[in-house]
Design a protein around this ligand. Structure first.
Ligand code: M6R
Length: 366
């Protein structure tokens, strides 16, 4: 059932090109320039009239929500807030019938997310679910929704659920932007075409498996690790750190790269591996200067770069090359080597990759 892979996690990492395709199939019609998602089409007015969108989720799904915040605000120009479901439900949040709530959950059974949905409904909000498990409690409790089509995710560490959530949320952002007229026709078309070929690029990003394994062997005994990214890749840094800590038990933290100088930089010495997500897009020059700051304090730099990069390659101790993409779609690619890196480190440390200690696949207790 592991399809020849040693662990479910690795199998699920490798399934990503296919499940991303399954997730956009029938919804993304790139050549005709159309995105159609039943749950959105039926409720488009609710989204267009919303004062704001509130995203609630936990863990990896919360990270997908952060990526969505950046994408929805950029394209559709609707204000977005992202909250941990566990905080939201207990803090008497301000929520009205002019709010649209998007709840993201792979399992559809997370207790805190479910409770936050019930609270939002009581206050009159329209609640839209992005779930993977068909017929799950959250998919039933929400007013409408869009399923990810990741298939069963067995590994406790979420991988393909994350990239398919981002796929759904990106399509939603583009569809809403189109309806609002906040994206030009040519940009809209360009993103549709690019999204369509993302599975091939993910496939190419999976070819970083060998280099990720080599780097894993060098850093497997590190007690700590930092992950840095900016913009769309800040949530990917958080996700990279979560993946490493939950399966390898190495203490890891993710930060927006520019926050480093407000504290975490004090941690950097010659023993500290720092994973920097540095694709050649919007914030590239800023990330390069962050890398210089780490280097001048002797930190060890593992950089995720765009194929053909020279500037970061000169500075970093190790580079992992991924295919080029637009800024907004880059999380679907930059996240791949981070999954592989944590997987190999955990295996080399003899950890139970698919069922890490103290964790359950779905957290049905609060
Ligand atoms: O099923 P959900 O997406 O609601 O689960 C949320 C989190 O419990 C989950 O993402 C958790 O953080 C994973 N172990 C991360 O890999």
């Amino acid at each position: 059932e592991k399809g020849g892979y040693e662990h479910f996690m690795l199998k699920e990492i490798y399934e990503q090109p296919n499940v991303i395709k399954d997730t956009y199939r029938g919804r993304l019609l790139a050549n005709s320039g159309i995105i159609q998602m039943a749950g959105i089409e039926d409720n488009i007015e609710k989204f267009l009239n919303a004062d704001r969108i509130l995203i609630i989720a936990c863990g990896t799904s919360w990270h997908a929500g952060l990526v969505a915040e950046y994408i929805i605000e950029e394209f559709a120009r609707i204000p977005v807030e992202v909250e941990y479901a566990s905080e939201f439900r207990y803090r008497n949040p301000i929520i009205t019938n002019k709010d649209v709530v998007i709840a993201i959950s792979q399992s559809g059974e997370t207790a805190d997310t479910l409770a936050a949905i019930k609270l939002s409904k009581e206050k009159g909000a329209f609640v839209f679910g992005v779930c993977n498990v068909v017929g799950s409690s959250i998919s039933r409790e929400t007013h409408a929704g869009a399923y990810t089509h990741a298939g069963p995710e067995i590994g406790v560490a979420s991988t393909k659920a994350f990239t398919t959530q981002i796929t759904v949320l990106t399509m939603m952002a583009l569809r809403l932007a189109k309806a609002k007229g906040t994206i030009s026709n040519s940009d809209f078309h360009r993103y549709l075409l690019e999204l369509e070929v993302i599975p091939e690029k993910v496939m190419e990003a999976l070819q970083t498996n060998d280099i990720s394994k080599e780097i894993a062997a060098i850093y497997k005994d590190a007690p700590n690790c930092l992950y840095l990214g900016r913009g769309y890749n800040f949530p990917v840094a958080l996700e990279g750190a979560l993946k490493l800590k939950e399966i390898s038990y190495i203490h890891a933290e993710g930060y927006p790269a520019a926050e480093m100088k407000h504290g975490p930089i004090a941690l950097i010495d010659e023993k500290m591996p720092v994973v920097v997500i540095a694709p050649k897009q919007n914030h590239y020059d800023k990330v390069v200067s962050n890398i210089q700051e780490i280097k001048s304090r002797s930190g060890k730099i593992i950089a995720i770069v765009t194929k053909g990069d020279v500037q970061v390659k000169d500075l970093a101790d190790h580079v992992i090359e991924i295919p080029d993409s637009s800024d907004a779609l880059s999380p679907l690619l930059t996240t791949i080597p981070l999954q592989l890196l944590s997987y190999h480190i955990a295996v080399m440390r003899g950890c139970n990759v698919d069922q890490p200690r103290n964790l359950a696949k779905s957290v049905t207790v609060e």
